[in-house]
Design a protein around this ligand. Structure first.
Ligand code: ATP
Ligand code: MG
Length: 389
């Protein structure tokens, strides 16, 4: 767990345009935006540039003046300062402080200044998966596989910690440009997350999340969202990455919701007849209307993707990746059948960024190590004896 504590409310006024102005100048009529580049916020940050904005917050590249390090500073939008907005902010800060994983964005602090909640995060230089897909038009399975591996690893860790993301989409998957990074992804925006076991809703009846990626049960009620709702969103993300298009053909929100609830998915083959048809089966399984028919975990989905596409999620480092445990069967190229919906068993073992965590040492392995140790000791004794003579 990262040591993060809520910062005190800042006392210093943010610098405004008229600070250095001519005292005889007429009163400014415009409201000064404290988040313009060059301005200071919360007695701690210098705003450098806007990075992005969503429904609740705005994110800026900023400099943390305590450390002189660049950060991504997220602030709650002015008109979202109600209980709901504050709760989401607090929840995101709490979850990020609990998660310590290379695939999840790091938190640098959180607090509020002038009644504006803020959250400082590790600044990820790169692009979002959404930008990547738009830039490339579509991704090949071999390119997507290692991204998916690390995304599923990060998500699996959240799920193991009992956290459902509930707002997965390409804009919430950052791709660091540093190729030596320990993970190809940073998962962001846990503002809508909640404990997988909690039935609590922040506001009953509110559609929370981005409809295009929301599972049918989540649209019906946010309280129904589970690990399998995140798996559904992963299915949509995979579809969009492979085709550059949405799995739903809908011209308005109503049609979209209808298509999701009825499971009307444009077949993958329509856009990508060149891909193995098993990949279409994998997406259909991930996006099954009934959660029970979906993969039980992101890991199962990733394994099915690799098997269906014939990609091995090749190691991305110059150093070889650790060998997979015996329970992890590497993908066979083009299997005859895609996994049957409903025939899935939950998989054990945590995911790690470069594959699956190794299981416990087997008795055979322990014996081999013991014999090797004894051999080394004997050799040392013989050499010592010879030298002493
Ligand atoms: N740590 C970061 N490093 C770099 N860019 C970031 C970072 N966090 C967010 N961004 C950029 O800002 C955008 C918005 O971030 P985020 O989704 O967390 O906020 P939001 O959408 O305003 O929040 P909400 O979805 O709760 O309304 C992202 O899509 C990304 O482009
Ligand atoms: Mg967002």
């Amino acid at each position: 767990m990262r040591p993060v504590s809520e910062a005190d409310d800042a006392s210093e006024e943010p610098r405004t345009l008229d600070d250095d102005d001519d005292p005889w100048a007429p009163e400014p009529t415009e409201v000064v935006d404290p988040f313009s580049p060059g301005f200071f916020f919360g007695d701690r940050f210098r705003i450098d540039a806007p990075l992005g904005a969503g429904a609740m917050g705005a994110v800026y590249r900023a400099t943390d003046l305590r450390t002189q390090q660049p950060v991504a500073l997220k602030v709650l939008l002015r008109d979202k300062h109600d209980g709901e907005g504050r709760q989401r902010f607090a929840r995101e800060a709490q979850i990020l402080s609990e998660m310590d994983h290379p695939g999840v964005v790091g938190i640098r602090g959180f607090g509020h200044a002038k009644n504006i909640p803020w959250l400082a995060m590790e600044l990820v230089e790169g692009e979002t998966l959404g930008q990547r897909i738009r830039r490339a038009g579509k991704l090949e399975p071999g390119v997507l596989a290692p991204i998916l591996r690390d995304l599923c690893a990060a998500l699996g860790v959240a799920h193991t910690a009992g956290i459902v993301h509930r707002d997965l989409k390409p804009e919430h998957v950052l791709l660091p440009k540093d190729r030596t990074d320990r993970s190809l992804v940073r998962l962001i925006d846990f503002g809508l997350s909640r404990a997988a076991t909690s039935g609590k809703l922040t506001r009953t009846g509110t559609v929370l999340g981005t409809p295009r990626y929301m599972a049918p049960e989540q649209i019906s009620s946010a309280a129904n969202a589970s690990v399998r709702s995140d798996v559904y969103a992963l299915g949509v993300i995979i579809y969009e990455a492979l085709t550059g298009d949405s799995p739903f053909s809908a011209s308005d929100q109503g049609q979209l919701l209808g298509a999701i609830l009825q499971g009307r998915i444009e077949p993958l083959e329509t856009y990508r007849p060149d891909l193995p048809h098993e990949l279409g089966d994998v997406i259909r399984c991930a996006m099954a209307t009934n959660p029970a028919d979906r993969y039980g975990t992101p890991r199962e989905l990733y394994e099915a993707f690799v098997a269906a596409s014939g990609t091995a999620g090749a190691p991305r480092f110059s150093t070889p990746a650790p060998p997979p445990p015996a329970s992890f069967t590497p993908a066979k190229p083009r299997p005859a059948k895609a996994p049957a919906p409903g025939a899935l068993t939950p998989s054990a073992g945590a995911f790690t960024p470069s594959g699956f965590a190794s299981g416990p040492a087997t008795p055979g392995r322990v014996l081999a190590f013991a014999l090797l140790g004894i051999g080394v000791l004997l050799l040392g004794a013989v050499v010592g004896y010879l030298i002493s003579r």
